[in-house]
Design a protein around this ligand. Sequence first.
Ligand SMILES: [Zn+2]
Length: 176
Amino acid sequence: MDKSEVLKFPDPRLRRIAEKVSEVTPEIRARAEHMFEIMKDDKGIGLAAPQIGWNVRLFVMNVTGEAEDNLALINPVIANKDGRCTMEEGCLSLPGIYAKVVRPEKIVIEGTTLDGEEVAVEAEGLNARCILHEYDHLDGILFIDKVAPAKKRTLKKKLKKLEEIYKEQKRSVAAK
Ligand SMILES: [Zn+2]
């Protein structure tokens, strides 16, 4: 039984455009802190609010596992992108699926922290990769959308399997 709170592909809630946060309230802070817990429990390095069915423009990440590297961004905007690089990605919403994706190498992202502070974060390497991946979730985009067609064909079976699991779980919820 899947005890994770993270929505799995092909849940349609992963495909919505998330809404802007108008004010950073204590409720939002608490929920974002909870997202760090979920992310850790599921051994992820990033988690976007839509992945837990919360349709707001917010994500959390930590690529090192050190508490001081926790980053939460609200209403993020990519202010600058530079270069291109290929890296293998995975996603807590797509268990067992890994594939190479081409994305910008360096970025600047602006957003609001949980303290309500406006920040601009420069990132490269794995940090940039994680930010861009999480940012995409806010627009309903999954990394498999960006995988080369030839590779995507090889993932077909695994994606089909996830679709079957999803249908099965929906049926068992409906039967209760
Ligand atoms: Zn993801």
